[in-house]
Ligand binder design. Structure first.
Ligand code: IPD
Length: 280
């Protein structure tokens, strides 16, 4: 197995940024065809009636796969639309985790808060990631052990110490049953924190934690591609990140991701536990 050194990690970050930028341009070009091409209700769906998929998602993932095959032919890819290209990765092999358009519902409705998200891992260890917003052109990225950046500016997570005034982002699953339980959890914690946000794009929720734009974020039932890049960006910005853990050692639910500034991370986790997050 080839060791991954610092130089490799920076190279992976550069590749993630380059490819995500190209896909972001394509997402914008295709958007005019998607938005205004008819009702969102006519779009094909995946896991549930609200889980839409657009031409933008498919074309962007195809582009990302093509570019990664050119630039990194030996690596594996796991993508939201195409799944795993080659089954499980080999030990030591780099694997790219791709969400071609995170925030598809926003994208299909003409809202600007969506992103291309590309992470790189080896043996499940996150090494690099990029999240690029097509509309604003903002580029978020991180390299493990080196930090996280927004358009080249170093990111730092919130330093808030009082969960009671924290602005906390969350998301809702496409499965209606789970969504009902998630809404009940939001109802239980809404009066215990400063405010709640549902922005509609998990990768950007995690980037918002990295920038300190929100103090914390949690969600249950995300897919790996929703959080792979954003979780590293938040972590490298100094946030405490609890990724999904089948053993649920933190008692937050095996499919929970929770990211927060270090001053409120324990307090937010405690609030979520007390509100029944482990049952989600
Ligand atoms: C979705 C978004 C949303 C989150 C959902 C995700 P998609 O990803 O990130 O904010 O709440 O759980 O599935 O479907 O737009 O790639």
């Amino acid at each position: 197995m080839e060791p991954v050194n610092d130089e490799d990690v920076r190279t992976l970050e550069k590749v993630a940024v380059e490819v995500a930028r190209e896909a972001a341009e394509l997402a914008l070009a295709v958007r005019d065809r998607v938005v205004g091409a008819g009702s969102v209700a006519d779009l094909p769906t995946k896991s549930s009636a609200t889980d839409v998929v657009t031409e933008g998602d498919r074309e962007c993932e195809a582009l990302v796969r093509e570019r990664l095959a050119d630039l990194r032919p030996a690596d594996a890819v796991l993508g939201e639309e195409g799944g795993a290209d080659d089954g499980d990765p080999r030990p030591g092999q780099v694997r790219w985790i791709v969400d071609p358009i995170d925030g598809t519902v926003n994208y299909a409705h003409g809202l600007p808060w969506f992103a291309v998200s590309i992470g790189a891992e080896v043996d499940g260890r996150p090494l690099a990631g990029a999240v690029v917003e097509p509309v604003s052109g903002r580029v978020w990225s991180a390299a493990a052990g080196h930090g996280a950046w927004l358009d080249g500016r170093v990111l730092r997570a919130s330093e808030l110490r009082r969960p009671g005034v924290a602005v906390v982002a969350t998301g809702l699953n496409y499965d209606p049953q789970r969504r009902r339980r998630q809404a009940a959890l939001v109802a239980r914690i809404a009066s215990e924190v400063g405010d709640i946000r549902r922005q509609g794009c998990a990768s950007l929720d995690l980037c918002s934690v990295a920038a300190g734009w929100v103090d914390g974020y949690y969600e249950h039932g995300l897919h790996h591609w929703d959080w792979a890049a954003g979780a590293l960006i938040a972590e490298e910005a100094g946030a405490v990140v609890r990724r999904p853990d089948p053993a649920d050692a933190a008692g937050l639910g095996p499919e929970a991701i929770v990211a927060a500034g270090p001053g409120i991370a324990d307090g937010l986790a405690e609030l979520l536990r007390a509100a029944g997050a482990s049952g989600l």
